[in-house]
Design a binder for this molecule. Sequence first.
Ligand SMILES: [Zn+2]
Length: 178
Amino acid sequence: MRESVQQAKDLIIKAIKLSGDSFARSLDRKAPKKKVVPLLKNAKNILLDVIRTEPDNVEAIRYLAQVEDELCHFSSAIKYLEKYMELTKQHSKKDLARLYRLREHSKEARILPISQEKLEDLGRYIEQSLLSSPCDHTFRFTIAWAKRNGINVEQLCSALEERGGYCDCEVIFNVVRG
Ligand SMILES: [Zn+2]
């Protein structure tokens, strides 16, 4: 398990290096650079595997918080960072500041670029589409709907993710009905 965590850590470092200076955590950071997403997702999967067998592996939880932060999955990063602080009973100034920043990011990222009526329309569209073709764990119907309605796809999807909707069926369960 140690090697796995190390492997994940190396991937994160590589991703941060590849991202360059623009990766600085400013409040306007909305999405990671496309080229580093596969590295980060790979690191995330390795770490999720580790905590499946060792749920209290604090090192893995710590890195998961970082990966989710880099992926701009702020609410998820908050969850892991809080878990880490709870398990280690450590509340360093640095971590508290990080938690504060993540909460600010999350508040901003949760803002949907569409009205409640539009959200319900999206829900109906997805439900109708899923009847003939089950969810493939992507946003394909959400994206199709957004394009048809002239809505910024990236902005919409990141807000949906921040609300726990990482694919079409989760948009229904966690966002529209959530
Ligand atoms: Zn799904």
